[in-house]
Unconditional design. Structure first.
Length: 150
């Protein structure tokens, strides 16, 4: 990964399937100073086996044996729902104030879900997508990891 140039007032959204950190650069491009603006957490939905306890459905065919219907992946659905919540929050932030640039930092699966959920208003100011999971790091460590080129 190359070194990122985080301009003054750039927004950095660090997220995974359960947590999102909305950070703003209070410093400049040479000396960034990330500040936590907001934190979102997805509700704990429990285990998949607790969410869908019924047996998979069957589809009756006229000339062949019955076919099984694929069971819903509740965790994938929860991840997509949380990505939509993050995208909705970013849309609201962009409507409330001018945001010049947004950097998205997330694991590849969440990054894809987030990309599909972003409005055109938000997509227009996304300048970089970094496929890393940094949500478990403190803010000062996120700052170091993003600007050190690791």
């Amino acid at each position: 990964m190359t070194t990122l140039h985080l301009s003054h007032d750039a927004w950095i959204v660090v997220c995974d399937a359960t947590k999102a950190l909305f950070l703003r650069n209070a410093g400049d491009g040479r000396c960034p100073a990330l500040r936590l603006v907001e934190r979102m957490e997805a509700p704990d939905r429990g285990r998949t086996s607790d969410q869908g306890t019924d047996r998979p459905g069957r589809l009756q065919n006229r000339s062949a044996p019955a076919s099984a219907i694929e069971q819903t992946d509740w965790h994938r659905r929860d991840k997509d729902d949380f990505a939509m919540q993050i995208a909705a929050r970013l849309d609201l932030l962009c409507k409330e104030r001018p945001i010049g640039s947004i950097f998205l930092v997330a694991p590849p699966g969440i990054l894809g879900s987030l990309r599909r959920a972003l409005s055109p208003l938000v997509s227009a100011v996304v300048v970089a997508e970094i496929d890393k999971d940094l949500t478990k790091h403190p803010v000062h460590e996120i700052e170091r990891l993003l600007t050190a080129g690791t």
